[in-house]
Ligand binder design. Structure first.
Ligand code: ATP
Ligand code: ATP
Ligand code: MG
Ligand code: MG
Ligand code: MG
Ligand code: MG
Length: 251
């Protein structure tokens, strides 16, 4: 096709290709979900319908984007880890982040009524933001997920105490137990530890040429909310895996 005289404006676009051969991590987070959760009468501190809807939306993202290996969700956020070798959109950052955010958000609304059965759709359109972060090795990747899961735990302990006590308090576990008959460690894992979605692994023999070893089996012990994580002994992060068999913890 012949170029129009206006074509030059395309040259104003910046190259935002992400560095090759490093992990791409995309995290999305709900905008103003403190208010959104109040407006939609989420159970406090943890509305399990809302968490399951988040998980469903994340599963939709993983179905669409094959190069996502693992995803972790808590509260109004979700993290998606892409394989190092992904060439999705030639690694263009804006395309990758905007696609994840858009797909997640539309799925969240699309599946809303499956989880909030008393309403056909949310009272107003929910908004999610997104960012990409690059991590050079499995050390940072594992620490990243440990960081997010520590956040889940700290927030949940605070929130559980807050909603029980009406205020912050020292020695929350003890007070919860003695005064509120709540054994914190017995609360559902989906509240304490978040959710993990893991692409099902395929046997090693089928991937003799796989080069990058074993992130799932070496994830921190604190991630053990998902049995599939700790039991995936024949996996490597850089394998290509066809069908997402997505499991989430705490359900
Ligand atoms: P920002 O736009 O800066 O992200 P925010 O209000 O979304 O602001 P966050 O730090 O992301 O703040 O916190 C999300 C809030 O959403 C939580 O503090 C909690 O009040 C609420 N929330 C999210 N998921 C749930 C849930 N499953 N059950 C109950 N409340 C939830
Ligand atoms: P990519 O993912 O690369 O954007 P694409 O299939 O979306 O691929 P575009 O160049 O964005 O390709 O073109 C969008 C296409 O969507 C159009 O070529 C047309 O076929 C279709 N389309 C969009 N809007 C309409 C409309 N209102 N009526 C009919 N067809 C439409
Ligand atoms: Mg935030
Ligand atoms: Mg938020
Ligand atoms: Mg948040
Ligand atoms: Mg298009």
């Amino acid at each position: 096709m012949a170029k129009s005289k206006y074509e030059y404006v395309k040259e104003f676009e910046e190259d935002d290709k992400l560095l090759r051969n490093v992990y791409i991590l995309v995290r999305i987070d709900g905008k103003g979900f403190h208010k959104f959760s109040a407006a939609h009468e989420f159970a406090k501190p943890n509305d399990v319908r809302a968490l399951n809807l988040m998980n469903h939306a994340a599963r939709s993202v993983m179905h669409e984007l094959d190069d996502i290996l693992i995803a972790f969700g808590e509260s109004d956020e979700y993290s998606f880890l892409f394989r190092k070798s992904t060439d999705l959109y030639q690694r263009r950052e804006a395309k990758i982040v905007s696609t994840v955010v858009s797909l997640f958000t539309s799925a969240y609304v699309y599946y809303w009524s499956d989880y909030f059965q008393d309403s056909r759709r949310p009272l107003y359109p929910p908004v999610f933001d997104g960012r990409a972060v690059l991590y050079p090795s499995e050390v940072e990747v594992k620490d990243y997920f440990a960081w997010r899961q520590a956040d889940t735990h700290i927030n949940n302990l605070f929130n559980t105490s807050f909603w029980a006590l009406g205020t912050d308090s020292k020695d929350k576990n003890e007070m919860l137990f003695t005064e509120f008959n709540t054994n914190y460690s017995k609360l559902p894992a989906i509240f304490r530890k978040g959710s993990v979605l893991l692409r099902e692994q395929i046997p090693k023999e089928m991937h003799k040429d796989a080069i990058i070893p074993t992130l799932p089996e070496t994830l921190p012990g604190s991630m053990s909310a998902s049995a599939s994580l700790t039991s995936s002994t024949s996996s490597t992060l850089e394998q290509s895996v066809p069908e997402p068999a997505l499991e989430s913890s705490g359900q």
